[in-house]
Ligand binder design. Structure first.
Ligand SMILES: C[S@@+](CC[C@H](N)C(=O)[O-])C[C@H]1O[C@@H](n2cnc3c(N)ncnc32)[C@H](O)[C@@H]1O
Length: 253
């Protein structure tokens, strides 16, 4: 029931949890005769309160350690008296890698080498073909595939600036059969590709499936790493024995 009053945006919900926990700790701290704890102890208590609130709100479990450690980590870092340049630099890097996650709800994490190997086995060995990686991250997957299947032409779209620059440089220096573009996957037409690969998150899958059905050519292949399309059974799935026990879901259009 409590979860009904929480904002739908996960980052706003997390911010709210942190602010409420800070308020609780502040109210505790100003109670007369409260023992004089160190700032670090108060920070740890704030983390515990935030984690408990997050648990009560049924937020995904991986938020618990984040809530638990956020303010204590902040207090420890501030006590190191580092130059503000480090904070500014780290903040800028994070914005340039993860800044769009707020909008897309798809953070950067990379396909495993097991995923690359399984994908390569699905691709033609001699015939020409085109493959696009929607949200290609740092371009590692495309880079590896383009070496294993030099008969293919590989495309990547990426919205985050730093991953885009890394994948663009990689494609320019190492892999001539690979083209990387900066942009939004939703504004790209998928009709030019034999294989469309996506490793995103559960959030965009339903909309992406509608886009694939609308735009992809008959007989082309749509592959999603880890995330199903709700209510649409894949034609094939391949379990990967990798770190996250991921599965490749494959649909023939
Ligand atoms: C989980 S990573 C996958 C990276 C790479 N495809 C791989 O398999 O190693 C998802 C990537 O998609 C990018 N992304 C998410 N939404 C996007 C969008 N609407 N347009 C372009 N890129 C997007 C993110 O910035 C992130 O780099």
């Amino acid at each position: 029931m409590l979860s009904n009053i929480v904002p739908r945006s996960p980052s706003l919900a997390a911010l709210l949890v942190q602010l409420v926990a800070i308020l609780v700790i502040y109210l505790l701290a100003i109670i007369p005769y409260m023992p004089l704890f160190s700032i670090f102890v108060w920070a740890v208590l704030q983390g515990v309160v935030a984690a408990v609130i997050s648990y009560q709100l049924n937020m995904p479990r991986w938020w618990l350690p984040i809530h638990l450690m956020f303010i204590p980590a902040l207090v420890v870092t501030l006590s190191l008296a580092l130059s503000p340049i480090w904070f500014l630099g780290t903040f800028l890097i994070l914005v340039l890698v993860y800044g769009k996650t707020y909008q897309t709800q798809v953070p950067l994490y990379l396909s495993s080498s097991k995923a690359t190997q399984a994908l390569a086995l699905l691709l033609p060995e001699h015939k020409k073909f085109t493959l696009i990686d929607l949200g290609c991250g740092c371009g590692g997957l495309l880079n590896d595939l383009s070496k294993i299947r030099p008969n293919g032409y590989f495309y990547g779209i990426e919205a985050a600036p730093i991953p885009f620059v890394i994948s663009k440089l990689r494609s320019m220096v190492v892999t001539p059969n690979c083209t990387i573009q900066w942009g939004d996957i939703w504004s790209y037409d998928l009709s030019n590709y034999d294989v469309v690969y996506a490793y995103l998150s559960p959030i965009p899958m339903e909309e992406l499936w509608c886009k694939a059905r609308r735009e992809m050519r008959p007989d082309s292949i749509f592959i999603s790493n880890s995330f199903i399309v709700p209510g649409v059974k894949p034609d094939k799935s391949i379990k990967l024995d990798d770190l996250t026990n991921a599965t490749l879901y494959i649909w023939r259009i």
